[in-house]
Ligand binder design. Sequence first.
Ligand code: COA
Length: 444
Amino acid sequence: MATALAFPESETITEDEALAAKPCRAAYRHKIVSAEQALRVVKSGDRVVLGHACGEPPVLVEALVARAPELRNVEIVHMVAMGPAVFARPGMEDSFRFNGFFLGAPTRKAVQENRGAFTPCFFSEVPRLFKRGILPVDVMLLQVTPPDEQGFCSYGLSGDYTQAATEAAKIVIAQMNANLPHTAGIKIHVDAVTWIVEHDSPIVELAPASVGQVEHRIAEHIASLIPDEATLQLGIGAIPEAALLALGDKRDLGIHSEMFSDGVVALAEIGVVTNRKKTINQGKFIVTFLMGTKKLYNFVHNNPAVELHPVDYVNDPCIIGQHRNMISINAALQVDLMGQVNAEMIGGVQFSGIGGQVDFVRGTSRSIGGKSIIALPSTASKGTISRIVPTLDAGTAVSTSRNDVQYVVTEYGIADLRGKTLQQRAQALSAIAHPDFRDMLQGQ
Ligand code: COA
């Protein structure tokens, strides 16, 4: 007689019924456990790595957090946290120590209050920390799709460092989620997974950033730098979103980007993004992680034109530089008069991280016809603070160095800094500062 399998938060079906629906399930059914059972393997002192961004497995993280009273000093390594990051909340610090390569709203405070840590690293180099054993991985928690008939699962929305950490981990626990879009590119075989937890959680969505007048003006300047047939990298936030809205009259754009969101889908639908003229990976959107709404997830699901690859491929400056007319578009918090870019700290305190900004700035400089664009509103705090500054705040890290920077764009125009002297840079940057601050800057 068939035994009954309990599916969390869904109906109970028999094992025979489950196998009839998915015959390949026979190959891994001995690995299927509940989240609570799987997470029992975590020991005090372990390093646990979480799948990146939308690749974070919510039921596994929940089951790990539920063990807080019995665990001590478990390091949780993560990058962009799209979940609630309960492990980084006050009171959790004895059980879990957060260590991030990038901070966001749910994790920033933990680092600021010394309940967690920040590790600086170019996004392209994060996989090496795991592959080379610099950060040995005890347990990897990730989301995967159900497997195909050969037993291969898609990594879904996060390839980035997720694949490297999975391959390096002593124990791999996967939440197998049928809601996860099945993307082409890298795959993981069920044999490589230690425990499987079947649970179809909803996929986290990221609403498009709201775009105001300032961003629209910045976007017009950005669009003027982008030729037809260019290949684009776009960061996250209002400025890349606005830039996409300004590209409707371009032809045959391509995408090679660490991420992309809904705005790219809109351009693909009207035939502006075709990937036809890319120098390498022609016809393909190449990406390392994806965040957006259902519109994006439906677009990438089972779409052979969208390939997910690890970040040490996508963000490798030598790969990026092989594209002709490769253009990177990233945001910043401050730029000083030498052209040093701060994209990650406010008031000397870590706000986000470097992500792939420098990977792409360096890649585009190798590209024939390539350009890197750093774009930012000229002011912050309702116009009271200039983001073009004589010097960066004390204790602020330089994200993109003055040797790497090329175009800086605000709503007041474009400063082309490459090959310019320090005096010429100061002039060019003062000229695109908010008029209220130009005298102060020109007096430096
Ligand atoms: N001084 C004080 N406050 C500042 C400031 C400054 N110089 N610059 C920005 N702020 C404030 C803003 O007013 C805003 O506050 P609010 O939320 O209360 O309005 C907040 O800081 C965030 O600034 P904003 O310009 O809206 O940031 P963003 O969401 O567009 O993100 C980066 C910009 C630079 C933080 C973000 O792109 C990032 O983290 N980049 C990392 C590197 C990168 O580019 N990676 C590759 C792509 S992922």
